[in-house]
Design a binder for this molecule. Structure first.
Ligand SMILES: Nc1ncnc2c1ncn2[C@@H]1O[C@H](COP(=O)(O)OP(=O)(O)O)[C@@H](O)[C@H]1O
Ligand SMILES: [Mg+2]
Length: 220
């Protein structure tokens, strides 16, 4: 099985050490849940994988490319072509409709969406249960619906590595489980999901669970 991402002895400190020697291999086809209490470093770990922050020490590679010393330009390219993050607070554009928000990652690349892109966007909106909300603005949606728009938007470019940072944090338990299941089901034999959550019930939708504890990853 091919490896999508690998971390070796990764360390990261801010005011205090956060990651103290993280080792992890993420394979194609895998959905991995990372659990741990607030403040333990889950978002930090995802930020390193998305090349949003540099590691202090250790090795990180994604899709065969080392992230150590990566230029900002190559980091942006990695996020455009390989790694997509769903943030806790969805980051939808308030002035854009649901439909526009879903197509946004494609427009941001400077391209015009193709007919195929639009077909897929339509299918994704059906899959997240928002087919009837295309023309709605984010403010007209519930919190759970907004998160589902963010899920559709993240899945449209078919990222090789999808990082989801507590994407269900603001939802009730039932909605949260449905969204997590949607993310896990979207994993293909060539892609992988890393889902960060403090909720073990949500983590259970993934094929593998790990815990971030004292700055290190252990089997959960
Ligand atoms: N940009 C930053 N500057 C300073 N400290 C940070 C920064 N990002 C995270 N931290 C600190 O690192 C620790 C881990 O944060 P975080 O990765 O957000 O945890 P989690 O996502 O598990 O709640 C916290 O103590 C947090 O205050
Ligand atoms: Mg966090």
């Amino acid at each position: 099985m091919n490896i999508i991402a690998e971390l070796r002895d990764v360390e990261k400190s801010y005011d205090a050490p956060v990651l103290r020697g993280v080792n992890l291999m993420i394979s194609e086809g895998e959905s991995l849940a990372i659990v741990g209490p607030s403040g333990c470093g889950k978002s930090t770990l995802l930020n390193l994988l998305a090349a949003l922050e540099p590691a202090d020490a250790g090795e990180i590679s994604v899709a065969g490319k080392s992230l150590i010393g990566l230029s900002p330009r190559d980091g942006a390219r990695l996020r455009r072509e390989t790694v997509t993050t769903i943030f806790q607070d969805h980051h939808l554009l308030p002035q854009c409709t649901v439909w526009e928000n879903v197509l946004l990652p494609l427009l941001a690349g400077g391209a015009k969406p193709t007919a195929d892109d639009c077909t897929r966007a339509g299918e994704l909106l059906v899959r997240v249960g928002l087919a009837g909300k295309r023309e709605s603005l984010p403010a007209e949606l519930s919190v759970g619906q907004r998160q589902r728009v963010a899920v559709a938007r993240a899945l449209l470019p078919q990222p090789k590595l999808l990082l989801a940072d507590e994407p269900t944090g603001a939802c009730d338990e039932v909605t949260a489980a449905a969204i997590a299941a949607l993310l896990a089901e979207a994993v293909t034999p060539e892609s992988a999901l890393v889902l960060v959550t403090h909720n073990p019930a949500i983590a259970a939708v993934c094929s593998r669970q790990m815990r971030l504890h004292d700055g290190q990853l252990e089997e959960a």
